[in-house]
Design a protein around this ligand. Structure first.
Ligand SMILES: [Zn+2]
Length: 410
């Protein structure tokens, strides 16, 4: 069996967090391998789909975390009960706890992904996109994934320390300890998810001392992992360290929820709405609903703080055009502005991602080290390039629809 490849996913570890003061281990590895200083994700929130299929959102179909699928929503069977539970969202205390209990109840009934802060009476209109399937399973995506190719080739993946249905189990340290215990087993690809840079970046902002402290802690965890990998495999294993996107400081928020509420429209009859942190997506259901929403989005506040997604702009951003799945009217917030209240946060975060990705603050980084990898520095790569890179390290074909370019020569 050939030595394995390790994917160490550092959620929201922005490219400029990699520096000698905070992340000496990362810098050392970067200097020893291929270092793409910046990695540009696509616009949106489905990064896993990009780096395991090598395709953009308008090809793999996953863009925002939820799509409008009233007929296929996993919550459809509980529609009546969820409508009656609407009061839970407004409990002055305990709504988070109540939501946890409900999510446990859903999980017991085979619907394991998080519901975040989506209003309970609205849940049955939506279905999760990327998080709907176990992504390592064969056929989990609309296009071929690297796991499909691996399964065809007889290669195996260890994903116990990764994300399942948009959730990771335990803390970063728990998952590192777990991988330390398992990394000598006969798998071809090991995947570990480290999420603390994302949560601290959201909670304290990308330029905060807390965020720097987190990067130092993550660097120490990476050092422990790499030491163990080297102990077992010498220099024969390949390691990919990926910051899948960056983090942008939040300077202002816009209250779409109240603005829409003031229109006097009825949800489910005049319109349906989904509020991602940087996207407000609408499905007008009546003429009254459409007229009201179009007028609202033409107001000065919305014209200055963001833009309406046109089919042309969607093409440039390589995301699905406005339509029934992701919204017929879609407003994108400009960098530094976020939508609050949204369906994901209890308080206004100090950092956010999901903005236009030509922005440097939106970018992550990647480092590839391995026996056949010679040191090189690239200014920029794209998130879709990670899939063919991993495939080359594993010695398997690229997925059929892959649009990325491998960072390592075959
Ligand atoms: Zn995040």
């Amino acid at each position: 069996m050939a030595p394995p490849t390790f994917l160490i996913l550092l959620d929201a570890l922005r490219w400029d967090y990699v520096c000698a003061q905070d992340s000496p281990t990362l810098v050392e590895l970067a200097n020893a391998g291929i270092w793409a200083r910046k990695v540009r994700p696509s616009f949106g929130f489905c990064e896993i789909s990009e780096y395991v299929t090598g395709t953009y959102p308008n090809v793999n179909g996953n863009w925002a975390t939820f799509a409008y699928r009233p007929q296929a929503s996993p919550y459809r069977r509980w529609q009546k009960g969820l409508r009656a539970l609407g009061f839970v969202d407004h409990l002055p205390r305990g709504h988070t706890r109540a939501r946890q209990v409900l999510e446990w109840w859903f999980t017991m009934r085979g619907v394991p992904h998080p519901t975040y802060r989506i209003p309970l009476p609205w849940l049955s209109y939506f279905a999760p996109t990327e998080g709907a399937h176990l992504h390592t399973q064969v056929g989990a995506f609309a296009v071929e994934s690297m796991y499909d190719v691996m399964a065809r080739t007889g290669l195996t993946v260890y994903d116990e320390t990764f994300v399942h249905y948009n959730r990771a189990i335990g803390s970063d340290e728990d998952r590192v300890n777990r991988l330390l215990r398992h990394c000598a087993e006969p798998y071809d690809l090991y995947m570990i998810y480290l999420g603390e840079a994302d949560s601290t970046g959201h909670n304290f902002g990308p330029d905060s001392p807390q965020r720097r402290e987190t990067v130092r802690r993550l660097d120490a965890l990476i050092a422990r992992l790499v030491e163990r990998i080297t102990q077992i495999y010498g220099g024969a294993a390949s390691i990919v360290l990926l910051g899948d996107h960056g983090m942008v400081p939040v300077k202002q928020s816009v209250d779409v929820w109240s603005a829409v509420g003031a229109l006097g429209l009825e949800f489910g009859r005049d319109y349906v709405m989904f509020l991602d942190s940087t996207l407000a997506r609408f499905w007008p259901l009546s003429k009254r609903g459409r007229d009201g929403l179009v007028q609202l989005l033409a107001r000065r506040e919305f014209v200055t703080l963001g833009e309406l997604l046109t089919p042309k702009r969607a093409g440039e951003l390589r995301v699905p055009p406005p339509g029934s799945e992701y919204g017929e009217l879609i407003w994108l917030a400009h960098a530094n502005t976020m939508i609050f209240p949204d369906f994901f946060n209890c308080v206004v975060p100090l950092g956010m991602h999901g903005y236009e990705t030509s922005l440097d603050e939106q970018k992550g980084f990647v480092v590839v080290v391995g026996p056949d990898v010679s040191a090189a520095v690239l200014e920029e790569a794209e998130l879709v390039d990670i899939c063919p890179t991993l495939c080359d390290l594993l010695g398997v074909e690229h997925p059929r629809q892959n649009q990325g370019t491998s960072l390592v020569a075959r």
